[in-house]
Design a protein around this ligand. Structure first.
Ligand code: NI
Length: 229
């Protein structure tokens, strides 16, 4: 399931983050890539020691925590610290790859299984040419280029790439997370069920009927059966 979550960050917050990006010293993005992906990765990344990185990470995580849709779709158990990248000039693409299955936060022995990947856009589509995030989904190949502040969430098992940026600069944040529910299809069922229950609750005739209460119990009991916490 590939999901577009609009307005994770508002325009003012995006503008503030971009000021932080402007003051930053970017480094070669291959530093955090796995062996296969390092060979096809040519972009810039904010280093772990960047003075701006803690504030930027908190802004992204706060944006995610405000989104009920994100929680429902991802059912996150652990989110790795978000990273930040920049595609421009000669550092302008990331070839076809799959993200590493298990990752550790920098300087930590903790291991996190990457069930879901996310990209949060900080540049608007009109600011650059190319730079599409191309994801192989079960429904075919998807080309993603979203407004600044919007996020795409997709299974980490997908092959994906970023096409060369031929004009302008593409700024983004990317992150991985382990979900309470490991299987994509189970997560999808829970997400669809949650959407339906939320819709029924908003419909005055159905709200809080015994049937809605029973459906809500089913949702929680499926989550209880499938969640690993
Ligand atoms: Ni990737």
């Amino acid at each position: 399931m590939l999901l577009h979550l609009p307005d994770i960050l508002d325009r003012d917050t995006v503008a503030h983050c971009r000021q932080l990006f402007e003051a930053a010293d970017w480094v070669d993005g291959a530093l955090t890539a796995g062996r296969q992906s390092a060979q096809v990765k040519s972009n810039l990344q904010l280093p772990e020691h960047a003075t701006q990185i803690d504030e930027l990470r908190q802004i992204v995580l706060d944006g995610l925590s405000r989104s009920a849709q994100f929680f429902s779709a991802a059912l996150p158990q652990r989110i790795l610290p978000p990273l930040f990248n920049c595609y421009r000039d000669q550092s302008n693409h990331f070839g076809q790859h799959v993200d590493n299955a298990v990752r550790s936060p920098a300087g930590s022995a903790e291991q996190v299984r990457t069930d879901l990947s996310a990209t949060l856009f900080f540049s608007d589509p009109g600011e650059y040419d190319g730079g599409e995030l191309v994801i192989e989904d079960t429904f075919g190949t998807q080309q993603i280029k979203l407004p600044a502040g919007h996020l795409v969430l997709y299974p980490s098992s997908s092959l994906h790439c970023v096409t060369p940026v031929t004009r302008g600069t593409r700024l983004g944040s990317f992150m991985w997370m382990q979900s309470m529910v490991r299987e994509t299809e189970r997560r999808r069922l829970l997400y669809e069920m949650d959407l339906a229950i939320t819709g029924l609750r908003q419909c005055s005739l159905a709200a809080d009927t015994p049937e809605v209460v029973r459906l809500t119990a089913c949702y929680h009991n499926l989550l209880r059966m499938w969640a690993q916490v």
